[in-house]
Design a protein around this ligand. Structure first.
Ligand SMILES: Cc1cc2nc3c(=O)[nH]c(=O)nc-3n(C[C@H](O)[C@H](O)[C@H](O)COP(=O)(O)OP(=O)(O)OC[C@H]3O[C@@H](n4cnc5c(N)ncnc54)[C@H](O)[C@@H]3O)c2cc1C
Length: 342
């Protein structure tokens, strides 16, 4: 059996979630590096026809558990289905998106398979690893990379002795792979025994979806405020965002202070964003914030502390008091002129 990097694929309203496609793309990269295949596992009802799309996006084999009783996501039967397929196919690596579903499903599957898992990775890579104690070299080890110790360091966590190596990975970090209709692959259909116990005692009566009120992920311009802004500064942040036709983002400190709601939060426990322009106002640049915005095309930082870490990731830095800088910027924009422009 070929060694595989397997991706658990989430489906919503009959459509493959973008974050799962991102993971397929990343799995392709890892598999190429480690001489492995890419597998995709999709569970649900009416999901059989998605297999072809997953192959076009980079999967070499697609495992399908299609059962009317799995039409709506429920933790216990999904755990059983996923653990069954993963146990039977013995992949080297299994990746889940760090979504609400992935975050609860993945650790349960890992526990059933008696293996380790790293939650909420901000990157994954494959390579060899030498055990510093025994000197033994392990090949094709999954580096499960994430901030740790309160964000002080980026750690690469490894699972040398147990298989599969498992991780949940934050959505929004990797590009969605192009569709290639010339690709071919294998589809494997599974039926999983679902008894009353595994169907659990939860009966889903209705599914209601609440759309995100703030669309940070597709915003081209984001102006984010931090603790330095305070409630008054946030008025300026909002005004600047509006003038630029952008969205308002925030650091966790600003959200915790109650100046803005959580759906605006950027960072490790907020959203990962990649706008063309990210303007950080009164944000120090803690690693938990940086991981959420570091892939922005242009980063502009406004901070009165020249030593603030945000300047290390900024393309343009303005050292100054935001209550002086923002009003000037806003005034120039209202006049239809940017500072230094015509
Ligand atoms: C597990 C975990 C998850 C986390 N997740 C996130 C997350 O998702 N997102 C996130 O943002 N944080 C997150 N954090 C918190 C993170 O560690 C920082 O505490 C937070 O990002 C700090 O927010 P801040 O930069 O707004 O505030 P501060 O670090 O207090 O920085 C305020 C900045 O404003 C500047 N300033 C003050 N007044 C002015 C002024 N008048 N003009 C200009 N500049 C001024 C100061 O120089 C300072 O640099 C997380 C932490 C942990 C432990």
């Amino acid at each position: 059996m070929a060694r595989t990097v397997l991706v658990y694929v989430e489906v919503s309203d009959g459509k493959i979630e973008d974050h799962s496609l991102e993971l397929i793309g990343k799995a392709r990269e890892l598999a190429t590096k480690g001489g492995m295949d890419v597998g995709a596992l999709v569970v649900g009802h009416g999901v059989r026809e998605l297999a072809r799309e997953l192959i076009y996006r980079g999967a070499d084999e697609v495992h399908v558990v299609d059962d009317p009783r799995l039409g709506t996501y429920r933790l216990l039967p999904y755990t059983k289905a996923v653990a069954h397929v993963v146990g039977a196919t013995s992949p080297e690596v299994v990746l889940f998106s760090a979504t609400v579903v992935g975050r609860e499903l993945a650790p349960r599957v890992a526990a059933r398979l008696r293996t380790g898992i790293t939650a909420d990775c901000t990157d994954v890579d494959i390579g060899s690893w030498t055990d510093p104690l025994s000197g033994r070299v392990y090949e094709n080890i999954l580096y499960q990379i994430r901030p740790t110790f309160g964000g002080e360091i980026m750690a690469a966590i490894v699972t040398p002795q147990h298989r599969p190596q498992m991780a949940t990975v934050r959505p929004g970090l990797f590009p969605i792979p192009q569709r290639d209709e010339t690709r071919s692959g294998r589809v494997v259909e599974w039926s999983v025994e679902l008894d009353e116990d595994s169907l659990d005692s939860i009966e889903v009566l209705e599914v209601r979806r609440e759309m995100r009120k703030v669309d940070l992920k597709s915003a081209k311009i984001i102006v984010s405020g931090g603790r330095g802004a305070g409630p008054k500064g946030f008025e300026l942040v909002r005004e600047l965002a509006k003038l630029l036709g952008g969205e308002v983002g925030a650091s966790r400190a600003a959200v915790d202070a109650g100046w803005i709601s959580y759906d605006h939060q950027v960072g490790l426990t907020g959203q990962t964003v990649k706008p063309d322009i990210y303007i950080a106002v009164g944000i120090s640049g803690a690693v938990q914030h940086i991981v959420g915005m570091k892939d922005s095309k242009i980063v502009i930082a406004i901070n009165k502390d020249p030593e603030a870490p945000i300047f290390r990731v900024a393309d343009y830095g303005i050292v100054g008091d935001l209550f002086v800088v923002l009003p000037k910027l806003i005034e120039k924009l209202k006049q239809g002129r940017l500072p230094g422009g015509s």
